[in-house]
Ligand binder design. Sequence first.
Ligand code: PEP
Ligand code: MN
Length: 349
Amino acid sequence: MVIVMAPGATEEQIEHVVERVESVGGEAFVSKGVERTIIGLVGDIDSFHHLNLRALGGVADVHRISDPYKLVSRQHHPERSTVWVGPAGHRVPIGPETFTFIAGPCAVETPGQTLEAAQMAQAAGATVLRGGAFKPRTSPYAFQGLGLEGLKILAETREATGMPVVTEVVDARDVPIVCEYADMLQIGTRNMANFGLLQAAGEAGTPVLLKRGMTATIEEWLMAAEYIAQRGNLDVVLCERGIRTFEPATRNTLDISAVPIVQATSHLPIIVDPSHAAGRKDLVVPLARAGIAAGADGVIVDVHPDPESALCDGPQALVGSDLRDLAAAVRRIPPLVGRVDAAERLQVT
Ligand code: PEP
Ligand code: MN
């Protein structure tokens, strides 16, 4: 941490800052320039926060040098992490050495629709099944998902296909029941800053797919991941799913730059969701290609056997030639950026 003193700061004010820092066990290195004095702090950053340094007389500015998050930061854990998803015998890695393809229906509607979507996804190369049982809809009148019934359908579909399941949880009270049926908890964009839910997911210990809040900065998103990690769960995969910008042509703008930025600052894997970013199926494949080329650790997309009849997000669901184009991108691009397909690395443990 670095404190910049105001040009007219007095010796007493500088001395007072040094005393305050030393009072909590820190060290203060004073550097006097012609115009200004800079004080470099060494010690426990959290104890410096309690000092309210910005409020002290003569202090012009306070700059943080280290990341505000710890457990998810590469400063504390330089190696990038791999998160394993699924039961013994069907564990799928998501991390720096593989590329993981996740696909499935936006919402679980019927056993038949879910199985058909899962089979389409699997045939295209997906190794993890997505599907919403609890749907966080913008409108309270829209289809809210099948709830427990949906979780049971997902578990049956896993049984039939061998694909581990990721599904959203929208309420901290539902975390235990969702963990009973799912292999990975999804926390959606609307709940990224629901701290009680993040903590409950952290305590559950099941891997978490944490989507970026649509208005969250990368730092706020990593702080949300820190909430989960702080409760003892470091199996967190981040998902860039588009942020809200002034551009109305797409539902959200996929922030491709988040991929290398997150990989440089956090050890957690990061995947992209072009379906929820674009909201339109014609953009899903181009955005997926861009995300893969930028180095994402995986991609998650909506597929549906009959998008026209989908109860949720039909316009963005892939089927037919679009899905085949995505499958080709998932096969061809990762090796060009130094990865192999997760399917090749699938380890039976
Ligand atoms: C979803 O994946 O079904 C979903 C609702 O995503 P998001 O939270 O990114 O909108
Ligand atoms: Mn959706």
